[in-house]
Design a protein. Structure first.
Length: 252
């Protein structure tokens, strides 16, 4: 009976952190994945890694300390999942910048994963980064970070929770900076096009710049996006390295 309670305690603590992670992480935690599938994945991973973890408090009865420990485990998992979501939203922000400059700001569609409206270009970037992330086994790296952090810090993460909250807030600022850097070449190129149309409207007022400018900006923007995709992998590699360097806080 004692061994059964110990095994259940180990699995329960692992389930809390893994469940919190799968609850918010992109791809696995979006609305397209059924809650039953997410719960089944969390239970399967918790049963697999539970015996590999260092000894954790045995749940003999529900006390305040046990409830606090459960909250810490959930915060650790949700924090890592939220950081991953920020990394994915970086490319959504870049798509918003480029789409607004191209004149595609009105071409909004509902993101089925998050249930919010984004531009069509942002949705394209989100699908592209999702496929690239899965192709490079980023989901396996995140699970490795989660399990390694659990082994080294069974009661939480390697830093204080106030420092974790501040780091996540700074990471949100990094999202906007990274989005601007990804979109900057396209935005500058489209700005030059708009300036050229401004000069043309002053030199030839009889031309209808509005009827000519919009389709030209749209076609030129699509060409720029095509060139931008050619440099996609170096940008993704640089940003993903920065992201995984950030996740080291769960293991330090």
């Amino acid at each position: 009976m004692g061994q059964m309670i110990a095994w259940f305690s180990q699995t329960f603590w692992a389930l809390l952190r893994v469940g919190g992670f799968l609850m918010v992480v992109p791809i696995f935690g979006n609305q397209l994945v059924s809650r039953r599938i997410r719960v089944a994945m969390a239970v399967a991973i918790a049963i697999a890694i539970g015996p590999l973890l260092s000894p954790l408090p045995v749940i003999a009865e529900v006390t305040l300390d046990i409830l606090l420990q459960a909250g810490f485990q959930l915060i650790a998992g949700i924090g890592l999942g939220f950081a991953t979501m920020i990394f994915f939203q970086l490319f959504v922000v870049a798509g918003q910048f480029i789409g607004m400059q191209m004149g595609l700001g009105f071409a909004a569609m509902v993101d089925p994963g998050n249930g919010v409206q984004v531009t069509a270009l942002s949705q394209f970037f989100l699908m592209l980064v999702s496929m690239t992330f899965l192709a490079m086994n980023g989901h396996l790296v995140l699970l490795d970070v989660l399990i390694t952090g659990f082994k080294q810090f069974p009661s939480g993460v390697g830093i204080s929770y106030s420092e974790l909250a501040w780091t996540l807030a700074n990471f949100g600022g990094w999202m906007f900076v990274g989005g601007v850097l990804v979109a900057l070449p396209a935005v500058i190129s489209l700005l030059v096009v708009n300036l050229a149309f401004g000069v043309m409207s002053r030199s030839a007022p009889q031309l209808n710049v509005f009827s000519l400018g919009f389709p030209f900006s749209l076609v030129f923007g699509l060409v720029i996006v095509w060139f931008l995709i050619h440099g996609w992998l170096p940008q993704f590699d640089r940003l993903s390295r920065q992201f995984f360097d950030f996740t080291v806080i769960w293991m330090r």
